[in-house]
Design a protein around this ligand. Structure first.
Ligand code: C2E
Ligand code: CA
Ligand code: CA
Ligand code: CA
Length: 276
């Protein structure tokens, strides 16, 4: 009836208004947190499967420890939409590089740092300039820095993205293709972009249910990646079965809750102390 139709519209309108004001709230909070430098970075260890030692860490942003909290999957897309990802991204880069420099001084062990780069950041050369000047000022080598990008960065297929990545690569930074997996994955990206490392998405991990097709796909993919000389990282490893499969497949680097969760910098320092 007319009545219920109207009810529906006002329901959607209320939903929309709620969504909208939530976004505005998050946007304002991002600005506020940036100004107050209250975001935090956690770091998740990445292990070398051969030596079983920490080979590096991935920086993962965390909302400040406040009453209302959001996950990166909630607030990063909003930061991207309102362009706050640029100042946020710069804060992430400078904080993480400073942290790596501290670790290198305190523990003389080789360590890589992975930084997630949003596709939005890759659309402008400001990122390039920022990375080159920040690394120059720091005492970190660019070859110890891995920039993690996702395939959405290639959707535009712009020459600009290729140019930016190529310049970064020529300057020693290593490029990882993140979330490579069952979703939108194009093998041609592996040839057209200067990619050194491929991270297999957690969605690609076989469930422990002997799903034969899934297993064959993973086997085929990892053979192909090895033949193409990529370093391969498996992320989201949660079970010993998944770990065993990674070993069978000869995956180079391992990351996941089975080994270590993302943690604050001082906890990484504790781990590094033990590794020494
Ligand atoms: P991602 O780059 O694929 O990061 C991996 C995510 O998987 C992280 O979630 C990590 O905590 C989680 N994870 C690690 N091991 C396991 C596991 O064994 N099992 C499961 N279920 N999850 C695991 P997080 O920190 O919530 O980040 C989610 C996404 O948000 C990231 O996905 C990345 O796309 C984005 N993000 C996080 N930090 C940053 C950042 O500093 N900059 C940018 N641009 N994006 C970020
Ligand atoms: Ca990542
Ligand atoms: Ca990932
Ligand atoms: Ca992701």
């Amino acid at each position: 009836s007319k009545q219920s139709g109207k009810g529906k519209i006002s329901f959607y309108k209320a939903q929309y208004q709620y969504e909208f004001s939530r976004r505005v709230d998050i946007q304002n909070s991002i600005k506020h947190n940036l100004e107050n430098k209250s975001f935090r970075l956690f770091y998740q260890p990445v292990f070398c499967s051969k030596t079983q030692r920490i080979s590096g860490v991935e920086a993962l942003i965390r909302w400040p420890d406040t009453e209302i909290s959001y996950t990166p999957d909630e607030f990063i897309p909003i930061a991207e939409e309102c362009r706050l990802i640029e100042p946020l991204g710069e804060w992430i880069i400078s904080t993480a590089l400073q942290q790596l420099s501290d670790w290198q001084q305190n523990f003389q062990i080789p360590l890589t740092l992975s930084i997630n780069i949003s596709p939005v950041q890759l659309q402008k050369s400001t990122l390039l300039t920022y990375l080159l000047t920040t690394i120059e000022k720091s005492n970190v080598k660019s070859s110890n820095v891995i920039l993690e990008i996702t395939e959405t960065a290639f959707m535009e297929d712009s020459k600009e993205v290729i140019d930016i990545l190529t310049t970064l690569s020529n300057n020693g930074f290593r490029i990882a293709l993140d979330d490579f997996g069952m979703g939108y994955s194009s093998i041609s990206h592996l040839m057209s972009y200067p990619i050194d490392i491929v991270k297999l998405d957690k969605s690609i991990q076989p469930l422990d249910d002997n799903n034969d097709k899934r297993l064959k796909i993973i086997e085929g993919l990892s053979l192909m990646l090895k033949a193409l000389d990529f370093s391969v990282v498996a992320e989201g490893i949660e079970t010993p079965t998944q770990h065993a499969l990674c070993n069978t497949l000869g995956i180079d680097y391992l990351q996941g809750f089975l080994f270590a969760r993302p943690m604050p910098a001082h906890e990484i320092s504790q781990l590094l102390k033990k590794e020494k």
